[in-house]
Write a protein that binds this ligand. Structure first.
Ligand code: ATP
Length: 445
């Protein structure tokens, strides 16, 4: 199987309607991307999969959707105004900019540009937060930031959620939303962008029980990627060394995925200690401690954070699903092996011929199936060509109506991965597809 390159992935995403360059007709805006018809479906489904996993399947986790703009003091309390910086270096010769911590060790030590060999400047601290103003007057009093992470919206609402939902520790709050970072280097397509989406769940625990819950969430989060159908051999853990730990973290692990450009972070699972709630208590003057009604103990909860990139997950899912498969007849087919629960289209429906009443029957089937699944009707080109087009966008099931359908009310159901075809009654389609989704296992894993 040919190795997937980032160039192949970018061009496939454009051609098949997953991701387009932002403002393309104006020459594009670097590092900003738009999700096309199939991309938005894929992104929404990954989000729904995560949301169900984190909220519906846990009775002690509730959801939240906080505003992007927050009181500027939030970012002082969180430490972002002071600490959310990257070390920026410039090449005096080719004028390129780099994050110092991302250039090879040798270049860092010798202060030599990794691109042209020119001399690098000393590192400067660069704050990644986007700053703007509320209202017509641009002064210090009107400064607001575009949130660089969704987590702080959860911390400042922790008491609201706890009291209104009558939650007791341990409990969690989940949120999906946009975050913004003025990244120094935005390479690798949608991997690192200035505007992106995060899926975060913050879990509030009793101090002393934090390590137990930290281990629990590490296990759960890896399980989640396996459930999503991601190849386990492409996933691994990376534990932060003392020099990597963020200012708030007691301990931190990343789940990494082997992207076309190598192993990179996909999700962070962090033990944030009581740093966040303690700081927000100090800066807001509000008591954010928790009273355990049974033991009458009062304490500031520790927080275990699971922080995944949604847009980065789209890239991961696409990289993982892509396959150029050599068929027994010598042909190659391009296929995206999405888990059926997140495939942008679940069922393709085709009439074998564009005549003799077959399109009408196929349309009736589409009407019925679309109540249950995202369904796509296609009558153009040979049937083999239509199957290939659906393989290319990762549609797991195709239904074909032929002349026999008129006689006995049966159709062909074709499976994307095995290319196996079975014959069944139209009335049996919904339950057969549902069952295949429930029992889905990726081939060759
Ligand atoms: P890095 O060190 O690579 O800049 P980080 O460790 O600061 O990233 P976190 O703050 O832990 O990242 O963010 C949690 C998750 O949010 C990441 O695992 C990633 O999936 C996603 N994420 C962070 N920054 C970006 C970005 N610029 N573009 C896309 N996704 C991002």
């Amino acid at each position: 199987m040919a190795e997937l390159t980032m160039e192949t992935l970018v061009s496939l995403c454009k051609q098949r309607g997953f991701v387009f360059q932002s403002s393309e007709i104006y020459g594009g805006l670097s590092s900003a991307w738009d999700y096309g018809p199939l991309g938005v479906e894929l992104k929404n489904r990954i989000q729904q999969f995560w949301w169900k996993e984190m909220t519906q399947l846990h009775e002690n986790i509730v959801g939240l959707d906080a505003a992007i703009l927050m009181h500027p003091k939030v970012w002082e309390a969180s430490g972002h105004v002071e600490n959310f910086t990257d070390p920026l270096v410039d090449c005096k010769q080719c004028k390129q900019r780099f994050r110092e911590d991302m250039i090879p060790e040798e270049n860092r030590v010798k202060r030599i540009c990794p691109e042209c060999g020119g001399q690098l400047t000393e590192p400067r601290k660069f704050n990644l937060m986007f700053k703007t103003h509320i209202g017509p007057v641009e002064n210090d009093a009107s400064i607001v930031y575009l949130r660089p992470e969704t987590a702080q919206g959860i911390y400042v609402n922790y008491k609201n959620c706890m009291q209104t939902s009558r939650l007791k520790i341990p409990f969690g709050i989940a949120q999906v939303g946009k975050a913004f970072r003025n990244e120094i280097v935005t390479k690798n397509f949608i991997f690192r962008t200035c505007e992106f989406e995060q899926m975060e769940m913050q879990f509030f625990v009793k101090p002393g029980e934090d390590e137990k819950w930290f281990a629990y969430w590490r296990e759960k989060r890896m399980e989640y990627y396996h459930k999503l159908g991601i190849r386990p051999s492409k996933l691994r853990w990376h534990r932060h060394g003392p020099d990597e730990l963020a200012h708030y973290a007691k301990d931190a692990y990343d789940i990494q995925y082997e992207f076309p450009m190598g192993w990179r972070e996909l999700e962070g699972v962090h033990n944030r200690s009581d740093y966040d709630l303690r700081r927000h208590s100090e800066y807001s003057g509000k008591d954010l401690s928790y009273l355990d009604e049974e033991t009458k103990e009062r304490y500031i909860p520790y927080i275990i954070e699971t922080s995944a990139g949604l847009t980065r997950s789209v890239l991961m899912v696409l990289s993982d699903a892509y396959e150029e498969e050599q068929l027994p007849d010598g042909e190659t087919r391009s296929v995206l092996r999405f888990h059926p629960l997140i495939a942008p289209i679940t069922v393709g429906v085709f009439p074998l011929m564009k005549k003799d009443g077959l399109p009408e029957i196929a349309r009736r089937i589409v009407e019925e199936l679309r109540e249950h699944f995202t369904t796509f009707y296609d009558q153009s080109g040979s049937i083999g060509r239509r199957y290939r087009r659906q393989d290319e966008v990762g549609t797991p099931f195709c239904v074909t109506v032929d002349y026999q359908t008129k006689d006995d009310g049966t159709v062909t159901l074709r499976y994307r991965d095995s290319m196996e075809q079975i014959r069944l009654k139209i009335e049996e389609l919904v339950s057969a597809i549902r069952q295949s989704i429930r029992e889905y296992k990726r081939v060759g894993v």
